[in-house]
Design a protein around this ligand. Structure first.
Ligand code: CA
Length: 233
C-alpha cells in the first residue's frame, strides 16, 4: 500500500509540529496548512487521503472548511477541537466530518483515530469497486438486497426499525453519526422524543447483535453525540 498523505490544518504551530512529527515517525506523508484558505487550496491541489482539521482557525470557521470540501469530495475529515462543548463537534459531524479529537489529545489517541479512518477508507474503496449488496463485519452479515441480517450464520430477528438502524450504521462504518443524523434518517425528524426512542431501539438492537451488550464490539456510544459502527476484525 502506498503511503497515505494527510493534510494537517492547524494554526497553532506547536500543535502542528507535534502532529507532523508523530505522522512522520509513523510513516505517514503529510502536508500542512495554517488556516482555512490554505486548507481548501491544499485539498484541491494535493487531494490528500485524510484531513486533520482544527475547528478554530484564524480566517474561516472550520465548519465552513468542511462544507467547502464536502461540496466536491468525500475524503475523510477528522476534526480537532479545543472547545470542550459537544455542540461544535456535533455541528462538524452533521456537516460531514467523520470523527473528532478533543484537545489536549495524546499521540496514541491521534494514531488510533487515524487507524479507524484508514479502515473506513478501505471499506469505502472496496464498496465503490464492487457495488456490494452484502455487508460483512466480523460475525455480522447484512444482505441488503434480501433485507436480512445474520450473526454467526444465524438469521437475526429484527424489527423494521432495528433493521433500518443496523443498515444505516453499517453503511457508515467508521464514521461517528450524530443523534440528529440518525433520527432524521430513521424517523424523518429529530425531536427529543426521537432521541429517546433511538436509545431504546439501540439497546434492543445491541441485545441481538452484541455478545456483551455492556461492552459493545460493533456499535460504540459517543455520549452526548451519537453512535459509530466499528470495523471488527
Ligand atoms: Ca486553532
Amino acid at each position: 500500500m502506498n503511503k497515505l498523505q494527510i493534510l494537517v490544518v492547524e494554526d497553532d504551530q506547536p500543535v502542528r509540529n507535534l502532529i507532523s512529527v508523530t505522522l512522520k515517525a509513523n510513516s505517514y506523508k503529510y502536508i500542512t496548512a495554517k488556516n482555512g484558505q490554505e486548507a481548501i487550496m491544499q485539498v484541491s491541489s494535493c487531494n490528500p487521503d485524510i484531513v486533520l482539521l482544527d475547528l478554530g482557525l484564524p480566517d474561516i470557521d472550520g465548519v465552513e472548511v468542511i462544507k467547502t470540501i464536502r461540496s466536491w469530495s468525500n475524503m475523510p475529515i477528522i476534526v480537532i477541537s479545543a472547545r470542550s462543548e459537544d455542540s461544535d463537534k456535533i455541528e462538524a459531524l452533521d456537516n460531514g466530518a467523520d470523527d473528532y479529537l478533543t484537545k489536549p489529545f495524546s499521540v496514541d489517541e491521534l494514531l488510533a483515530r487515524l487507524r479507524v479512518t484508514i479502515r473506513r477508507l478501505a471499506i469505502i474503496q472496496s464498496n465503490n469497486e464492487n457495488g456490494k449488496s452484502v455487508f460483512t463485519n466480523g460475525k455480522l452479515e447484512i444482505d441488503y438486497a434480501a433485507g436480512c441480517a445474520y450473526l454467526d450464520g444465524k438469521e437475526l430477528h429484527l424489527t423494521p426499525i432495528e433493521y433500518k438502524l443496523l443498515c444505516l450504521m453499517s453503511q457508515n462504518t467508521g464514521k461517528v453519526l450524530t443523534h440528529t443524523f440518525i433520527t432524521q434518517n430513521i424517523w424523518g425528524s429529530a425531536r427529543e422524543s426521537d432521541v429517546a426512542s433511538l436509545r431504546v431501539f439501540m439497546a434492543t438492537l445491541r441485545k441481538k447483535i452484541e455478545s456483551l451488550p455492556d461492552s459493545p464490539q460493533y456499535i460504540q456510544t459517543h455520549i452526548g453525540i451519537g453512535y459509530r459502527m466499528m470495523k471488527v476484525e
